[in-house]
Ligand binder design. Structure first.
Ligand SMILES: [Zn+2]
Length: 82
């Protein structure tokens, strides 16, 4: 399914120019428990709704940015720099 994604650097482009980097998660602190690190590396929320995601403009400026995307409707609400 194709849709337009707004790169904060280049503007709106076809989503096929981009690489999906997965949902954005918060890195545990260095003294966190092993369970926290396992959860960070392997568990995802898999939200049915709006989530913050990493995207890379692979065939454009090659910069990484965040997008707020509704995973149900595929609507992009906002894109912004980390
Ligand atoms: Zn770009």
């Amino acid at each position: 399914m194709a849709f337009l994604l707004n790169c904060p650097n280049c503007g709106e482009r076809n989503v096929h120019e981009f690489h999906f980097g997965g949902e954005a998660t918060s890195r545990p602190t260095p003294n966190s428990t092993p369970d926290d690190w396992i959860s960070y590396f392997y568990n995802r929320d898999n939200v049915a709704g709006v989530q913050r995601e990493w995207w890379n403009h692979r065939y454009g400026c090659r910069k990484w940015f965040f997008a707020l995307r509704d995973t149900v409707s595929n609507q992009i609400q906002e894109t912004f720099w980390p």
